[in-house]
Ligand binder design. Structure first.
Ligand code: HEC
Length: 202
């Protein structure tokens, strides 16, 4: 190896070590503010979002969706969604719980972002959750069938009107969350007399 190549090699190794040292200092001294009230610095924010998207994309590649999503599946998924997801991700119109908006990352409204994910990716995210984000894993507590129903419903959300959304019943009202706060937060917007009326339409 020429002396010049050696120099380049040592220089590169020095830079890598320097970066590792900086990272270690940040980790050990607590200088990165983990408060959810503090925005991520843009580099960390970019790294987390991009790592999450690419991780899901590569892992969901092996997931095989059912051949079709029937209206019965979508309906079952709607009930589960209202009970398990809407307080964080909102329904049609934005009905996230107030505390969900102070999470970091903020759970995105799925009625808006669902087109960015395939049904397989939604299924994967719901089954496995997302580390360091507050997105829970529902796989350990739910059958794949229920998770596909939820994925089927999530993929329908962007085309759904507020009235159609309201017409679906919350079938999981009693499942695993007995405190009433999120019920009122979830239904707080656009929840009025017409809900009961449209509820009869199916
Ligand atoms: C406690 C709040 C919470 C609950 C409950 C929750 N999620 Fe999430 N979810 C999150 C957060 C936070 C993220 C953002 C993760 C990230 O960006 O790294 C997320 C991300 C997602 C994403 C990816 C969206 C995107 O563009 O980042 C999907 C899809 C999703 N959740 C579906 C669901 C479904 C379906 C349910 C119900 C079965 C659910 N989530 C329940 C907090 C929640």
């Amino acid at each position: 190896m020429s002396p010049k190549a050696k120099g380049v090699l040592f220089g590169a190794a020095g830079v890598v070590l320097g970066l590792l040292l900086i990272a270690l200092i940040v980790v050990l001294t607590g200088s990165y503010n983990v408060a959810a009230t503090d925005r991520h610095n843009p580099i960390v924010g970019w790294a987390l979002t991009t790592a999450m998207e690419n991780s899901v994309e590569s892992r969901a590649g092996d997931v095989i969706a059912p051949p079709a999503f029937t209206p019965a599946m979508v309906e079952a998924g709607a009930g589960a969604y209202k009970g398990m997801c809407a307080h964080c991700h909102g329904g049609v119109g934005d009905s996230r719980a107030i505390w969900a908006r102070t999470m970091r990352p903020i759970p995105p409204p799925l009625a808006r972002v669902a087109p960015e994910w395939s049904a397989e990716e939604v299924f994967w995210i719901v089954k496995h959750g997302v580390k360091m984000s507050g997105m829970p894993a529902f796989g350990p507590t739910h059958e794949d069938q229920s998770l596909w129903e939820i994925a089927a419903f999530v993929k329908q959300l962007p085309e759904m009107s507020a009235a159609e959304y309201a017409a679906y019943e919350d079938s999981h009202g009693g499942e695993g969350h007995s405190h009433g706060g999120q019920e009122s937060a979830g239904g707080g917007h656009g929840h009025g007399g017409e809900d009961a009326g449209s509820g009869h339409s199916h």
